[in-house]
Design a protein around this ligand. Structure first.
Ligand SMILES: *Cc1c(COP(=O)(O)O)cnc(C)c1O
Length: 319
């Protein structure tokens, strides 16, 4: 069966993103190389617009809307980086956006999303079903719903992160990717498969939220309860249909890291590399720092997926 997204889609997404997304830097650290025995290349998507790679997929999905769809605008439900990515991309495209968020979402995130010009509609997490609410709004207003990972244009957009990394760092033996619902991992796997065919792609999940690892091992989608982890961008309960189909085909393995390992990685990034990375953004790096694959002497890519963390929480974790 052909995969739902091809490298041509990733290359087309890269064209759409030209001049809109930052080409984020590839960072290297002698200390990280010494610690791991590998040559590590960090793709710093914490420095992407709105602070995470999610801008890539959101912007690409919006760029591909028809004129009719643009007139009616877009809708997303998310309290995390996808919300801000859709809000910013919609503003840049000059179209309306509605973001459906729980009323108890962190005030900072509500404010940031409104700050990008989106209309935020809140719901009561205990009483209302957010998908039903989102569907009602999109039916009433004719808005196009853009999901956070299980969408071909979102997956293709996310894949541009690995495309840039391999173009800038050269061929890789391994690529470690932070994994929630699998949009980033599947997109990056498609890019790596084309540009560095011998590169093994490893998805990294939080230990408590290993829905994709379980699905990968079982060969079918496994759904888990909402996981408890500080990696709030990877609290997914199951991979998507499209992302899982791609991951099964192109990903070599899925490994997990613990919350304390994420905190250690955050500390390393702040103290040694002078960058702020959110817990979810540390998943891939934590796997490499703990040598969860045979990376000795290898050229290893790591996607740092985002940097949106509450400074007070960061301070508590690092204290
Ligand atoms: C959304 C997100 C992820 C997970 O991405 P998926 O495409 O859902 O696998 C990882 N890191 C950060 C910072 C995110 O915002």
């Amino acid at each position: 069966m052909p995969l739902p997204v091809t490298y041509a889609d990733v290359a087309a997404a890269a064209k759409h993103l030209e001049g809109a997304a930052h080409r984020t830097p590839v960072l290297i650290s002698t200390t990280a190389n010494e610690m791991t025995g590998a040559q590590v290349f960090f793709k710093a998507e914490n420095l992407q617009r709105m602070g995470a790679f999610k801008f890539r997929g959101a912007y690409n999905a919006i760029a591909k809307l028809s004129p009719e769809q643009r007139k009616r605008g877009v809708l997303a439900f998310s309290s995390g980086n996808h919300a801000q990515a859709i809000a910013l991309s919609a503003r840049l495209a000059g179209i309306a956006a509605v973001i459906v968020m729980p009323s108890d979402a962190p005030p900072l995130k509500l404010a940031a999303t409104r700050g990008y010009g989106a209309e935020v509609i809140t719901y009561d997490r205990m009483k209302e079903d957010r998908e039903a609410l989102a569907k009602k709004i999109s039916d009433e207003r004719g808005m196009t719903m853009i999901p956070p990972f299980d969408h071909p244009d979102v997956i293709a957009g996310q894949g541009t992160a690995a495309k840039e990394l391999i173009e800038d760092a050269g061929p890789l033996d391994y690529l470690f990717v932070c994994l929630g619902g699998g949009g980033l991992t599947s997109g990056c796997a498609i890019a790596a498969h084309e540009l560095a065919p011998n590169c093994k792609v490893i998805g990294v999940e939080p230990e408590a939220g290993n829905d994709v690892q379980q699905s990968f091992r079982k060969g079918e989608i496994v759904k888990i309860p909402v996981p408890v982890t500080i990696a709030d961008g990877a609290q997914t309960q199951a991979p998507g249909l499209l992302t899982f189909a791609i991951i099964r085909e192109l990903v070599s393995d899925i490994v997990t890291v613990s919350d304390p390992q994420l905190i250690e990685a955050m500390r390393f990034f702040v103290s040694r590399m002078k960058i702020v990375v959110e817990p979810t953004g540390c998943l891939a790096a934590a796997a490499v720092f703990n040598r969860l694959a045979d990376i000795k002497g290898k050229r290893v890519g790591v996607i740092i997926s985002g940097g949106n963390v509450d400074p007070a929480a960061l301070g508590r974790w690092l204290a």
